[in-house]
Design a binder for this molecule. Structure first.
Ligand SMILES: C[S@@+](CC[C@H](N)C(=O)[O-])C[C@H]1O[C@@H](n2cnc3c(N)ncnc32)[C@H](O)[C@@H]1O
Length: 359
């Protein structure tokens, strides 16, 4: 009887793969370490300690235990997140590290990205369980780090692009907002996008909605704190059933693919839009084919999609599960199935695609 030889294993390639995995394990642990440094104020204190800080100085400034701080600093230095000077034994942040790790107004701000990642990982045992049956896990069922991390991850990108780039890319929308328009921000989470738009367009009114009650409570508090609560209302409502209208502009930021019934939501958007209204859909950047997305951004999004977005959609009626890498063609299908006659890609960034749909 003929035997089939197993494929030959290249020892060098095997070791390369193992060492890549060492880097990945370090990166996995680093997600927790970044969140730790953010929550304990370690990065902020390092950014303020111009000439560098010893572990004892950093511990003293942050009210933390020196032994933990020393170990944390060495892990950060080994990963390139903190610079170490062996002559002085001090640690500091390079200017670029300080921006990315402490400046929440910068589009490069990273802690929210790690916070939503660590929240997703913390909830992953639930996902492992439901992956057998195909059941879902709702957005509302996740740990707080997912909700707060989501807000902190997306807000810098909205700050950098929404008012200056994305809204002006839509036909005639900025003029309407300047004059005074009615806007619905659907699936608004903590309301970062809603509040940003309200601050930029003081003559317009805004109705934020999200099916997650906890997110809506936070959004209301954020609007109060920003001083825009008189023109911004928030309601805990599903995208297929939010109230009010007709709206000149309906927006959805990074949430259409999370919905169980995006076509039902799209139909509802159409029924609440003014005749010449606009639906702006912001989705993660993705190509239509798997092979278009096999890159670092696609990797992160497929990861979030497995742990957050796909289970979220599967937890709801219909459970279409578009996934966070749906791509333009699938979004167009959803929009056209709801009866919109015009659809185009209006803008894009490395992380997002921005679509304009009109009745
Ligand atoms: C990734 S978060 C984005 C939140 C917010 N738009 C932002 O950019 O920060 C997805 C949001 O969609 C909401 N969501 C999911 N399904 C929904 C539905 N059917 N109706 C309304 N909101 C929904 C979730 O509660 C969550 O707040």
């Amino acid at each position: 009887m003929a035997t089939i030889d197993p494929p030959a294993v290249d020892g060098d390639k095997l070791m390369q793969f193992v060492f890549r995995a060492v880097d990945e394990v370090g990166a996995t642990l680093n997600a927790a370490l970044v969140v730790m440094g953010d929550k304990l104020g370690l990065y902020r204190a390092l950014a303020d300690g111009n000439g560098g800080l010893s572990p004892a100085e950093l511990a003293g400034r942050t009210g933390t235990a020196e032994r933990y701080v020393r170990e944390w600093l060495n892990a950060q230095a080994a990963g390139g997140f903190v610079a170490y000077d062996p002559d002085s034994g001090r640690y500091r942040l390079e200017p670029e590290q300080a921006v990315a790790l402490t400046d929440s107004d910068s589009p490069a701000y990273l802690p929210g990205f790690f916070q939503i990642a660590i929240g997703s990982v913390l909830d992953s045992p639930r996902i492992t369980e439901v992956a057998r049956s195909g059941a879902g896990v709702g957005w509302h069922e996740h740990v707080h780090d997912v909700h707060e991390g989501c807000e902190r991850f997306f807000r810098p990108g909205y700050n950098a692009n929404l008012i200056e780039g994305w809204l002006p890319a839509l036909d005639g929308v900025v003029e309407k907002l300047q004059r005074g328009a009615r806007v619905a921000d659907v699936g608004c989470g903590h309301g970062a996008s809603t509040i940003l738009m309200a601050e930029a367009f003081p003559h317009s009114t805004f109705a934020g909605s999200d099916y997650h009650v906890g997110s809506i409570e936070t959004a209301r508090a954020r609007a109060e704190a920003a001083g825009v609560a008189d023109r911004v209302g928030f309601a805990a409502e599903a995208a297929q059933a939010y109230g009010g209208g007709p709206y000149d502009l309906v927006t959805m930021f990074d949430c259409l693919h999370d919905m169980g019934d995006p076509v039902g939501a799209a139909r509802h958007v159409r029924s609440t839009l003014a005749q010449d209204g606009t639906w702006m859909i912001v989705e993660p950047n993705a190509g239509d084919r798997v092979e278009d997305n096999l890159n670092p951004v696609g990797r992160a999004y497929y990861g979030f999609s497995t742990l957050l977005c796909t289970p979220a959609s599967l937890s709801q009626d219909v459970g279409l599960a578009l996934g966070a890498q749906a791509g333009e063609a699938r979004i167009r299908d959803v929009v056209e199935a709801a009866g919109f006659t015009r659809f185009r890609r209006a803008a894009e960034t490395p992380f997002n695609l921005v679509f304009e749909a009109r009745p």
